[in-house]
Ligand binder design. Sequence first.
Ligand SMILES: NC(=O)c1ccc[n+]([C@@H]2O[C@H](COP(=O)([O-])OP(=O)(O)OC[C@H]3O[C@@H](n4cnc5c(N)ncnc54)[C@H](OP(=O)(O)O)[C@@H]3O)[C@@H](O)[C@H]2O)c1
Length: 275
Amino acid sequence: MDIDGKVCIVTGASSGIGAATGRLLSDMGARVVLAARRTDRLQALAAELPGSLAVTTDVTIPDQLRRLVSRTLGTYGRVDVLVNNAGQGLHVPVEELVPDDLRAVFELNVVAPLVGMQAVLPVMRAQSGGGAIVNVSSATSLRVFPGLGGYSATKAALNLLSQVAALEFAASGISVSLVYPSVTATEFHQSLRAGGFVGRGRGIAPDPPELVGSAIAYAIRSGEAHVLVADPPRAIEPGDNQGWGALLARQAPGGAEGRPGSDPPAGPGETEGRR
Ligand SMILES: NC(=O)c1ccc[n+]([C@@H]2O[C@H](COP(=O)([O-])OP(=O)(O)OC[C@H]3O[C@@H](n4cnc5c(N)ncnc54)[C@H](OP(=O)(O)O)[C@@H]3O)[C@@H](O)[C@H]2O)c1
């Protein structure tokens, strides 16, 4: 999908990856709808981006998500893109994982993207040109890291939900893509629901949020199912038996057997690390 002139909702747009994505899509000619809970931040960003709209939204409240979509429709008459980016980490060992924390992060990282997809689906189906949905996952969902069980479980759930949605929505001209950031320089590790940065002291150089923004833009343009945050961004092909593709093959449709491959990426090894 060509981004110029499109109407793009970005959740979690008050900081980090969401704010960088909002800026980039606006630079590419999109009309951007910025959603998060912190109104002051959204309004400050909207003031910078011509033709944009700030809609204060708690994405864990389904009525607020539906209102976000109806405000967008009321303002622009269509919704071309939904970026489900709002999310939170939960970085504690399984032994210490508090069920209520897991429930809360599951609501934000999995249920909210589900409700978001359900809210835009009838709109995208009814309009010409279909739509593009991008769900922001995590590189941690493709490997197994001590200390990240709660968080990576929510993102792994998002992965499967998104892949099934991609198959179900394809006939309506709606793509569903997953983007897999590694450690990124945002407020994320200061805003964890519980725990701390697992890779601390291991010399991981965080990616700039703009790099993730360009991977999200690539996902919108290409409709690729799985997008690796890299410069330039690229599709991950499940089952290519090298690095990320081999890891993804464990989860992708038809890849349940999984083929770990002989050379898995150093990757999030030390949490959400290198490519
Ligand atoms: N940074 C990393 O290392 C990393 C790595 C892999 C994946 N990710 C994923 O990238 C995404 C963006 O994270 P980030 O790194 O940009 O972190 P961030 O700077 O902490 O941003 C998180 C965003 O989510 C919003 N948010 C949180 N709860 C919300 C709610 N209930 N309703 C609406 N918005 C809510 C926050 O805004 P308000 O507080 O204003 O609501 C904020 O804008 C997340 O899905 C995260 O899991 C991040």
